[in-house]
Design a protein around this ligand. Sequence first.
Ligand SMILES: *Cc1c(COP(=O)(O)O)cnc(C)c1O
Length: 348
Amino acid sequence: MFDINQLVRENVKKLVPYSSARDEFSGAAKVFLDANENSLGSPIPEQYNRYPDPHQVKIKEMISSIKGVPAKNIFLGNGSDECIDLLYRAFCNPGKDNVIITPPTYGMYEVSAHVNDIEVRRASLTRDFQLDLEKIEELVDGNTRIIWLCSPNNPTGNAIHHESIEMILNNVDALVVIDEAYINFSRHQSFIRELTEYPNLVVLQTLSKAWGLAGLRVGMAFAGEPVIEILNRIKPPYNISQPTQELAIRALRETEKVNEEIRQIVKMREALALALSHLPGVQRVYPSDANFLLIKMDRAREVYEALLTAGIVVRDRSRVALCEDCLRITVGTVEENEALLAFLNKRG
Ligand SMILES: *Cc1c(COP(=O)(O)O)cnc(C)c1O
């Protein structure tokens, strides 16, 4: 039986969390002399002299109603990247524990592991970019704390089969983190509905992609209450700034607009995929459930360099195992996609 307490680091279990001025008094008052803020105000017209809500109650309420997940199952980070780091700090003992990643995948799982001195074990995806379940099973041991899965996966663009993720959720005593940064562009269902089913499941989403707020830095972790409570214990008290909270609240009212953009981007992705597949030198355009395309082409590195001279930046993945000769291209505006295609056409 999975027991989260067996995964939590001893120092995290024991620590007394920082209690902020905002924690110790949260009622209604007229005079706030408890937090050493500058009561005279900020030097700019916008007033940010007060500390923000450490629990981000309003944003969580809105996310709760959009996602259909109770607020107590939501944690917010300064980007998903903070959630990733906090998961290491809560559950992985430096120099002792290990995690499993499934390359080619998002780089931060590994970078953050190294920052936290955690061993990374690699179970490469199969040729069709799916999980190698046997390999994962072989790598898991008593010190495996997290299995990082990314679906739809970056940089391959495909979704991981639901059943194989379920297989892992059902058969390991580690946390299984599913990074769903691109889920809004996918035909496949989120795992967010299955939180009650799996105490070891953590789902990561973000406002950086479909919500168009990469500059704002808001990442979301969805999990059972025990996991969320632990993340709350160790997070910096004011990890989401006041302007970020205000802007996120404004953005979260615009679900209609965002959904319309998602439909548009998916349509443009399919049009771009088709156009790219007809270009000379393009060997393959991989199917995508995200807002980018992975394409395999002749002399990918040279093409990347040539695009740069035209001021067009794509991501060169040609030296990544299983992505040899591949470029990763984000779906742009109509004009940007046309510029890309025109350049590649002329060059071919
Ligand atoms: C872009 C991306 C994120 C987003 O990270 P933020 O820190 O929330 O901006 C997370 N995971 C993957 C796989 C991504 O590609």
